[in-house]
Write a protein that binds this ligand. Sequence first.
Ligand code: GLU
Length: 282
Amino acid sequence: MTITRFAPSPSGLLHLGHAYSALFAEASARRDGGRFLLRIEDIDFTRCRREFEERLMEDLGWLGLVWEQPVRRQSEHLDAYAAVADTLRSRGLIYPCFCTRRDILREIEQAGGAPQEGAEGPLYPGICRGLSEDERSARLAAGEGHAWRLDLAKALETIGPEPLVWRDLGRGEIVAQPERLGDAVLVRKDIGTSYHVAVVWDDALQGVTRVTRGEDLWESTHLHRVLQALLGLPVPEYHHHGLIRDESGRRLAKRDEAEPLGALREAGASPESVRARLGFGE
Ligand code: GLU
């Protein structure tokens, strides 16, 4: 049974880009007679607000989307994500990183200013990976602020030589290249967990068989594949969708994508017209 989900973060109003993503996920499930879930990804308490969650449900309902109950709200499951981090920590697969952004820049400059470029900017140069156990314990005991990073080399050694692959409905069989993200942060200093941990855990827990999401998250999937291998989780198929298109297959301009759904609704647009505009007319 195909199970898809739309997993917005309630950090602002939904716009046409989100609506496209939600309709895409729903249509993908419906085509296979499958199930469609909505998940609220609100672990980032610095940005997410309950009123945005209410608004987004209203907007999605107005669009005609129907999702299963109960809706999983990630902020209610922080203990589950902490347990995932504990598992990785006890296996020595994550290490505390005390660096500030400035420490990282300084290290890169001192190393000659030519950082190893990753898919999403310079890769972490590994400063805290090499700390001794004594120094680590002393700094943790002193309460120094820290994140926890994946020790990618160790993770890949643990996983073994078989390539990590996933099937992408848009692009075919993909070999994961987690070195594109390097020693990524899995437990953020500010929120105590991360998108990567929460999303991989929840997709497995909820039995999501097909992860549909925008191409902007393509790079993260390389890392998610590593986490699935480390944690022994099933690998869903993926479908990363590109820019949104209108019913005649033309790309919507960025500024159209950013149009808030609520504003369209208040201006008198019908749900049918919005669906049709996004290429999901009946
Ligand atoms: N919560 C993420 C976002 O709003 C999307 C998560 C996903 O689809 O994997 O960008």
